[in-house]
Design a protein around this ligand. Structure first.
Ligand SMILES: *[C@@H]1O[C@H](CO)[C@@H](O)[C@H](O)[C@H]1NC(C)=O
Ligand SMILES: *[C@@H]1O[C@H](CO)[C@@H](O)[C@H](O)[C@H]1NC(C)=O
Ligand SMILES: *[C@@H]1O[C@H](CO)[C@@H](O)[C@H](O)[C@H]1NC(C)=O
Ligand SMILES: *[C@@H]1O[C@H](CO)[C@@H](O)[C@H](O)[C@H]1NC(C)=O
Length: 333
């Protein structure tokens, strides 16, 4: 009897010790304890048996680039003196997600990259998320807005200083592929190699260069379907530079035709334009059926959402959703 009880209590203490170890391991995980490659326990990173060869490789994101059609990005990271910290992050411990344009995308954008409006450093930090995420963690269907490593930071951005509050990235699943974008949803990048597990996170290879969000002004001027709205704003001396996080429901060129704006006084036109601007960050992922009210202008818009791709705003259909800008976001309707 004594023996049995003793036996039982030692089993209990073994169980308790095991439990303590598990708790300790979990706690370490939560605090992103620095891990070296040799500390990594296979089953901890890779709960499921790996199905592709890349997943077996537990090297850093940086060292996995080359073998995954990201050689040009690897080269840029290795050779640019301004990217030391990004290189260290991608080659070190921790848990991150990185979207690397493939070699073709990098060469297609070679000239664009040379004349970039933002520096490489800002660009690469925009493609970096501060936690490891598979595409399934991001979204299984709906449009999602992801924080990047720049979101909400106040950094020196070249060539301008500014808030990076709105430096977010949009992702959605279209048919088989996950697509990511910033200011140009219609030319979103496709995730062509997904969920490449690295010792320090997850690498995804995309088929286009995705740049950080542009200014609202620039974005509207460079979105063909918004040229009319942009022109009218300009003629009214209404600048979007003063915007700080508002959402613009911008009428498309076809919709602008219905607005007899040239017959109206500038004041009336300006009022009409202001009705398309709402305070607050409204993305497809947080727009819900109901009313939006701008307390400053009194503008009210009625949202009717059937699905991410079937949203009407006071009867007007959203044609292009989630156009991200560095001081807000637009939707074309
Ligand atoms: C890794 O962890 C699992 C439990 O999570 C354990 O069963 C396994 O023995 C560990 N492997 C090594 C090599 O430490
Ligand atoms: C994203 O960043 C913003 C600004 O820093 C923050 O308010 C928000 O909670 C973050 N969202 C997530 C999901 O981390
Ligand atoms: C816009 O600004 C220009 C130059 O400052 C001025 O001539 C014009 O009348 C202004 N237009 C409106 C609608 O205020
Ligand atoms: C969008 O939703 C409306 C109902 O509000 C429906 O009548 C319409 O057929 C839907 N359109 C598409 C393309 O699904």
């Amino acid at each position: 009897m004594m023996l049995q009880r003793h036996h039982r209590s030692s089993i209990l203490s073994i169980v308790l010790v095991l439990f303590a170890v598990i708790v300790l391991v979990c706690a370490q995980d939560n605090h992103d304890a620095p891990l070296t490659e040799t500390d990594i326990n296979d089953s901890a990173i890779q709960p499921k048996p790996p199905s592709n060869p890349a997943a077996v490789d537990r090297q850093s994101i940086l060292s996995l680039l080359e073998a995954n059609d990201g050689g040009a990005m690897a080269e840029l990271l290795r050779t640019s003196e301004h990217l030391t910290d990004v290189r260290e992050v991608l080659g070190g411990p921790g848990g991150f997600t990185f979207f690397a344009p493939n070699n073709r995308a990098m060469s297609d954008h070679a000239s664009l990259l040379k004349n970039r409006s933002v520096d490489y450093h800002t660009w690469l930090r925009y493609l970096l998320l501060l936690k490891p995420m598979t595409v399934e963690d991001m979204t299984t269907g709906h449009t999602k807005i992801l924080n990047t490593s720049l979101t909400g930071t106040h950094e020196h951005l070249l060539p301008k200083k500014g808030s990076t509050k709105d430096y977010v990235l949009a992702v959605e699943k279209r048919d088989k592929y996950h697509m990511v974008w910033s200011s140009f949803p219609q030319s979103a990048a496709k995730v062509v190699k997904r969920n490449i597990r690295a010792s320090n996170g997850v690498l995804h290879i995309i088929d286009k260069v995705v740049e950080p969000p542009m200014t609202a002004e620039w974005t509207m001027q460079n979105t063909p379907d918004l040229s009319q709205f942009s022109k009218v704003l300009h003629s009214l001396n209404m600048s979007t530079k003063w915007l700080h996080g508002e959402t613009i429901f911008a009428p498309s060129n076809a919709a602008m035709k219905d607005l007899p704006s040239e017959l109206w006084s500038p004041a009336r036109q300006a009022l009409a334009m202001q009705f398309h601007i709402m305070h607050g960050a409204f993305y497809t992922d947080n727009l819900n059926t109901g009313k939006l009210v701008n307390s400053k202008t009194g503008a009210t818009l009625v949202v009717n959402k059937q699905s991410d791709d079937n949203i009407t705003i006071s009867g007007a259909k959203i044609l292009v959703k989630d156009i991200l800008t560095d001081n807000g976001r637009n939707h074309t309707m």
